[in-house]
Write a protein that binds this ligand. Sequence first.
Ligand code: NDP
Length: 331
Amino acid sequence: MTYNEYVGHIKCLIIGSGPAGYTAAIYAARADLNPVMYTGIVPGGQLTQTTEVDNFPGYPTGITGPLLMEDLKLQAERFGTDVRFGYVTKVLFSKEGGVHQVEIDGTKTFTADTVIIATGATAKWLGLPSEEKFNGFGVSACAVCDGFFFKGQDVAIVGAGDTAAEEATYLAKLCRKVYMLVRRDEFRASKAMVNRVMKTTNIEVLFNTETLEIIGDQTGVTGLRTFDREKEEEGRTLAVTGFFVAIGHQPNTALFSDQLDMDSAGYLITQANSTKTNIPGVFACGDVQDHQFRQAITAAGTGCMAALEAERYIAAKEDLATVHQPVQETI
Ligand code: NDP
């Protein structure tokens, strides 16, 4: 790494400002690790792009995603977290557990004893203008978060993997009817998940079907136009009020390639029941290491774990330094 302006050494750096990052910050700050957080280009993370959050414990009447993230930020700052708007552009981790070098915005570099990675994952979208227009107003990438708002209504879900299958069956329990749009003539999901979908009477699977456009008005989504890939012509128009996209997520880990162990999809691999990565002093929490649950509360839980593990790591390092300190001769 080329050194830019060197801006000093810190005990704990947190990369990312979603529920995992802020929870790690609250715990690290209370443990006197004086954490510095770099927020990334979307401060607050994925939740700032949602509307109502009804399933985060402690908010009996619900809260909006942006307000929840603002509350978490205030709580982290109350204990002294230094929250900075900026982007980590390069990292150089020490394999031997020494200090880690981090470059910010391509202009400055500092070193850190511990790094907590909470960079999250980004939902993949179809890329339709109408999808963007109604995002948060009937369009969602999380059935578990937003399905409740469509109780008793007709909805559609796009995707054919395990996530789409799981979310379709979840929605089927709440909604009157679920249309599942599968672009090929077969699922990608496991047999067990497919069986569950096929057995659910209020799910209608439309194979060889793509989405042409999501239709709506000032009230939100009112329907969608589909394309029949087999007939190569416009297909059915479906009257739905909710449109769920479940075509996979991309973990935000490009920065760490070649340095941290990842699975084939790019999620960081952590040790069992721990947030430890393969590099001593580097911890990962939240969606960047979890493709299964992906909830704000599970991200927050692993953020807490990461801070506790960082604290223990630093304490052990300091103990070791004390043990190896040469005894000062006194006169
Ligand atoms: P996957 O990558 O497995 O599946 C994505 C699905 O979306 C595929 O069916 C793909 O279609 C479809 N798709 C992609 N792009 C488009 C598009 N533009 N238009 C329409 N459809 C599209 O992602 P998942 O999130 O489902 O799963 C990720 C990983 O997590 C997997 O390993 C999965 O097994 C795992 N998982 C496990 C669960 C469990 O064990 N309970 C629950 C959820 C996930 P195509 O098939 O044609 O490529």
